[in-house]
Design a protein around this ligand. Structure first.
Ligand code: SAM
Length: 362
């Protein structure tokens, strides 16, 4: 019975595969237990990160992604500094307490300096109170250091798949898409003191539950602080689209994604787990479900409206409604699913600070 697995002090690869393949009744038990773990370790809470997708200019050519370099269809954009800062001010004034800045990947002195300058300005406009997560891909040590110094405290770099052979099916075989370099960058981020996040896409062609179980064990062994993972959704102008007929139906991909969230919550009880936007591309209420069974971070998209269509990673990408505290001086309690929104609280990863305290007491 699945309940005997759920209560084990640690889960084996075989246990995780069994949970990922659980039938409807066992899935209910998995979700109920994960919800209980979340409530015990995190509380019925969800924290906000105002998401600003500030540029779709990308040097990479990932086979799944709509903003890959070789796709000539999207109009390439850079949101102006002014508009980014105005979105940041919106998040600050509406008590979001945190931002996530995401972009395509560029490795250039101009890009490094631009992001650094924006980070300093964001600190200025919020008197150093806005938490900032960056998700700007692989960069060198100096760049990561400069961005941290300028105020970014969290970094999300998805490994996409921890299976090297599968990773290679998803990316061109060249040095700018190296599996080992991506893992090395994750180590670098951790070493530099970022709250470090990773994640994978779920329901990819060629992906099995064995791969997904290994992905979860990778996250546990790496001792991540945060996770952003969600379903793979096709984009017709990408090379991976040719395998669309191999994919699980969308509802099954959604169910598998929710199982991944629930199992990760059981494996890593006090990390931050995002209810990602791609879930919403399958069902308008999928993020609420994710929050009920383990996720505790929500990323409302506050990218200026005129640019939202152009950050087109996959089909049916939602525009995402903005959540507001009605009164910024007296933030009101609001709920998302069954979770209380942590307006005014930046919602750092409890796991990260627990590790810090343990290090200090050594
Ligand atoms: N360039 C940065 C990087 O490489 O980390 C961040 C931007 S990238 C567009 C953000 C994430 O979008 C990727 O890590 C990937 O997991 C996700 N993504 C891209 N295409 C997707 C698709 N077709 N379905 C689901 N997620 C996708």
């Amino acid at each position: 019975m699945i309940t005997s697995i759920l209560h084990k002090p640690s889960l084996t690869h075989a246990n995780i595969v069994q949970l990922l393949e659980a039938n409807e009744e066992d899935t209910k038990a998995l979700f109920a237990y994960a919800a209980q773990v979340k409530e015990q370790y995190i509380g019925k809470k969800v924290y906000l990160r105002g998401l600003i997708e500030f540029s779709n200019v990308c040097e990479k050519d990932c086979y799944y992604c709509g903003i890959r370099k070789s796709n000539k269809k999207p109009k390439r954009f850079n949101v102006s500094d002014e508009a980014i800062l105005s979105a940041a001010r919106f998040a600050y004034e509406h008590n979001y307490a945190s931002l996530a800045l995401q972009s395509g990947e560029l490795q250039s002195p101009a890009f490094t300096t631009r992001v650094e300058r924006l980070l300093y300005k964001i600190q200025d406009l919020s008197q150093g109170t806005l938490g900032v997560t960056l998700s700007c891909g692989e960069q060198n040590k100096e760049t990561y250091q400069r961005w941290k110094q300028a105020g970014a405290s969290r970094y999300l770099l998805r490994i996409e798949s921890t299976d090297e052979a599968l990773y290679q099916k998803l990316h061109p075989n060249n040095s700018s898409h190296s599996f080992h370099q991506r893992i090395e960058r994750l180590h670098l981020l951790k070493e530099l003191g970022y709250q470090t996040g990773t994640g994978v896409m779920i329901g990819l062609p060629f992906q099995t539950t064995t791969h997904l179980a290994n992905d979860l064990l990778f996250m546990q062994n790496f001792d991540i602080d945060m996770c952003g993972m969600g379903p793979y959704i096709v984009h017709e102008d990408t090379p991976l689209f040719q395998y669309a007929s191999m994919l699980l139906p969308l509802q099954k991909r959604l169910e598998l994604s929710l199982k991944m969230v629930a199992i990760l919550r059981i494996l890593m009880k006090d990390i931050n787990i995002a209810a990602t936007t791609a879930l919403q591309a399958i069902s308008p209420t999928a993020r609420e479900q994710a929050v009920e069974i383990g996720a505790n971070v929500l990323m409302p998209n506050i990218t200026p409206g005129s640019f939202r269509d152009d950050y087109h990673l996959y089909q049916n990408k939602p525009k995402s409604a903005v959540i507001e505290a009605q009164d910024t001086e007296h933030p009101q309690t609001a709920f998302f699913g069954n979770a209380e929104i942590g307006f005014g609280k930046c919602g750092d990863s409890p796991h990260f600070f627990k590790k810090q305290r343990e290090k200090q007491s050594e």
